[in-house]
Write a protein that binds this ligand. Structure first.
Ligand code: TNX
Length: 767
């Protein structure tokens, strides 16, 4: 078991066994050599990567070479053993570093650990490494991330960078979501329209779409990877011990393909253009022979491009009513003797499985593939709606990947601060992800036994557990428009996935993991990865505290380290005042604050100007959403080229509460509002959207006191929806003391989605 030495070394994921070794430390200096054995091309490639990393991370020039282990400072050495064993030993002492492993993966991971040891400080140039002996091996074989390149497209270069960042955390599976309703991202010979048509869409906007100045037609969004790019990505992944599991969605989530080849659609004619709506769209593939001929050809080419054994076929959220309503599908069902649509889905999946199995591949699908009948034994199931499906799958003899929502859904925000990138509105913090034990995922209380075998005791038995391959964080990209944001939504939560998948459960400890995060942020920023820093970033909240004064509260998500601040706007240092409790501050003043770990600043510097208006202003993320089931942090629709603030909304119940605000002396309110396209397919759930009665004919925002059912203080008409934020203002009747203020959208329409970007209460003194 790893003792305190491991913690001190700041390695993520934490290794299995670390022991201090005797002897003086080893210093790697510029010109030091890394030896790969003659004929070991893979070791040489890994040595070259280490050299590149050392240069990027600390301007240290290491020289990869073949053989001559005698005079080399770093030696990559093979031992006998299985080629798929990811274990390695790393020995530092006696003047050199020796990495020993039986596989390419083991050597690579030894090098990753060495690079982490070389970057535990912020230094440049030569590095001193304490003598240490590490013996390391992973807990699970599936340590994965899913990248959704269908909803938003990322460049091939970004995919390769992501692969590097993953490998540097010893993550080893990239499920690559290449097709969905909103885009088809890989070329298939014989079906050119998949990328010509299926890869492009008109993004949803408020009002008319932006026009392409050259063609005068709506500007298209999209893209696809060429076969050459895919081959390069696959080769790159292989060099980093990452298996790519390509995902081709079927029988639902396939509008982009159905639009390209409408004859493949079940019954309902597909829409005329690629969809820019998110959610579950009412279309699916049909079930006749031409559909399977198409899918077999697609999968045949996917198999040729991707050498990994496992191929993902989606299988989630199939709109079975479409099959129910289609005479052609119903006729086919009859001919096949299939009882109902669920059984038909099972037939569909088994048919695809038999194609894959005949070509030496295994099928993986989302948990819905468990429905409607038994699956072939080799099929792998990804559990996402809760761990009961993992238990059902394991008891039916299937291997399972744990990817349960919301914990492993990285499209959710990872912190509550306004500086977070947009995404789903639930907060899934680094700690939430870290706290998941993939070997014992939490079962809902209502699932003591499984449908598959009701007589079994609750929970995962040893035999069930043996089916758990590992876990996967899912980077769904509906709300993640840019690569920088994708990177920040992924990391550091992917580091928590890595440790959950690699480190023995008994060695996992949240405070210890968190204490390794400053080193993580520093070393990855050198590689150009700007991770999300919400764990340490300081949030500042100011409220009025009598004439000329404000009460200032500072906090970070984890409270790790020490918050330090200045009240003159200058960046705090390690000797600035330490924050202990809310401060009484004169206004105006300029606050700057950051978290420190000893002498090291571990967060960005946050700055706030405090004045009579700013202390009475809140942005949406600082307000409390009314209860609902679909909180989203959505980007405002703005004219092209303008910055797009994100607004936190509860789509099912558009209202915001400012709890406990002092209204004394306030006599007006200004609201910053923006309209966003309602590009969400909610099915019957649209009827569950809370609707409030407007006091006028149109849409308005109502300001109510003492909660959303309280007395109406003002109703501000929203006016026509247009791109950009607008400001509404109204006088407020005088009230004194502390109240909960509610701001609620009222009126008949849920489209567009009205967002409240900010609330400004205006005190008499500022008018
Ligand atoms: C559900 S998870 C989906 C995806 C969405 C995700 C997040 C799963 C198997 N299906 O299509 O991207 O929620 O919105």
């Amino acid at each position: 078991m790893a003792g305190p030495v491991a913690a001190g070394l700041d390695i993520v994921p934490r290794p299995l066994a670390v022991e201090a070794a005797a002897g003086p430390p080893v210093t790697l200096v510029s010109g030091a050599r890394i030896a790969a054995a003659p004929g070991d091309a893979s070791a040489l490639r890994t040595a070259r990567w280490l050299a590149a990393l050392a240069m990027q991370s600390r301007d240290l020039r290491l020289i990869p070479e073949v053989g001559r282990a005698g005079s080399s400072s770093v030696v990559l050495r093979r031992r006998r053993g299985p080629a798929d064993n990811e274990a390695y030993d790393l020995a530092i002492g006696h003047g050199r570093v020796v990495i020993t492993a039986s596989s390419d993966a083991g050597l690579l991971y030894g090098v990753v650990t060495l690079w982490q040891l070389m970057t535990a400080d912020d230094g440049r140039g030569p590095v001193r490494l304490a003598s240490v002996q590490i013996a390391d091996a992973p807990r699970f074989p599936w340590r994965g991330m899913l990248l959704d390149s269908a909803r938003h497209f990322q460049s091939a270069a970004f995919v390769e960078r992501t692969i590097d960042w993953m490998a540097l955390h010893k993550l080893n599976v990239l499920q690559w979501h290449l097709t969905d309703d909103q885009g088809w991202r890989l070329p298939i010979a014989g079906y050119p329209r998949l990328t010509q048509v299926g890869a492009w869409r008109v993004p949803a906007t408020v009002g008319p779409p932006a026009l392409d100045p050259r063609t005068g037609k709506p500007m298209l969004y999209g893209g696809f990877y060429t076969a050459a790019e895919i081959r390069a990505i696959v080769a790159h992944a292989e060099a980093r011990n990452i298996t790519i599991v390509p995902e081709i969605e079927m029988p639902g989530h396939a509008v982009a393909a159905l639009l390209a080849y409408p004859e493949l659609s079940a019954g309902t004619p597909p829409p005329r253009s690629v969809q820019s709506d998110w959610g579950i769209l009412p279309y699916a593939y049909g079930v006749d022979d031409k559909v399977f001929a198409f899918l077999d050809r697609v999968l045949g080419q996917v198999i040729a491009l991707f050498p990994g054994r496992i191929i993902a076929i989606g299988g989630d959220e199939v709109p079975l009513d479409i099959w129910k309503a289609s005479p052609a599908v119903q006729a086919r069902m009859k001919a096949l003797g299939v009882a109902d649509e669920a059984a038909l889905q099972n037939y569909f999946i088994r048919r695809i499985d038999s194609y894959l199995a005949a070509h030496g591949r295994r099928l993986i699908g989302w948990e819905e593939i468990l429905k409607g009948g038994p699956l072939p034994r080799g099929a792998v199931v990804t559990s996402w709606q809760g761990a009961s499906s993992a238990l059902d799958a394991a008891r039916a003899g299937h291997d399972v990947v744990i990817a349960i929502a919301p914990t492993l859904y990285f499209d959710n925000r990872q912190g509550a601060l306004p500086s977070e990138p947009p995404g789903r509105g639930w907060v899934v913090s680094l700690k939430d992800v870290y706290s998941l034990d993939p070997g014992a995922p939490p079962l809902p209380p209502s699932a003591p036994t499984s449908a598959a075998s009701p007589s079994r005791p609750p929970g995962f038995s040893e035999a069930d557990r043996a089916h758990i391959l590992g876990l996967q964080g899912n980077m769904w990209s509906e709300h993640i428009r840019t690569e920088d944001r994708m990177a920040a939504m992924t990391f550091p939560r992917a580091a928590a996935v890595a440790e959950a998948g690699w480190t023995a459960q008994a060695d996992r400890d949240w405070p210890d993991f968190l204490s390794r995060m400053p080193a993580e942020f520093a070393r990855f920023s050198r590689l150009g990865l700007a991770e999300d820093e919400s764990v340490f970033t300081v949030g500042a909240t100011a409220d009025p505290a009598g004439p000329g004064r404000a009460r200032l509260a500072l906090a970070s998500q984890t409270g790790h380290g020490q918050i330090r601040y200045s009240l003159d706007g200058t960046a705090p240092t390690a000797v600035s005042p330490a924050y202990a409790a809310p401060l009484a501050v004169k206004i105006p003043s300029r606050v700057a604050a950051a978290s420190f770990d000893g002498p090291r600043r571990i967060s960005p510097v946050v700055r706030e100007s405090l004045d009579p208006l700013s202390i009475r202003r809140r942005v949406s993320q600082e307000l409390t959403l009314c209860p609902g089931t679909l909180p989203l942090d959505l980007e405002a629709s703005v004219p092209p080229g303008q910055p797009r603030p994100a607004m936190l909304v509860e789509v099912m119940n558009l209202c915001w509460i400012w709890p406990g605000v002092d209204l004394t002396g306030v006599n007006a309110v200004r609201l910053e509002v923006g309209a966003m396209p309602f590009n969400l397919q909610l099915g019957a759930d649209v009827n569950r959207i809370v609707r409030r009665t407007s006091t006028s004919n149109g849409m308005e925002i109502q300001v109510r006191i003492d909660g959303c059912e309280g007395a109406l203080l003002a109703a501000l008409p929203l006016g026509p929806a247009k791109p950009g934020l607008s400001e509404l203002s109204s006088a407020l009747p005088p009230r004194s003391g502390v109240h909960d203020l509610c701001f609620a959208v009222a009126g008949d329409s849920h489209d567009p989605i009205w967002g409240l970007n900010a609330v400004q209460l205006v005190p008499q003194e500022a008018r």
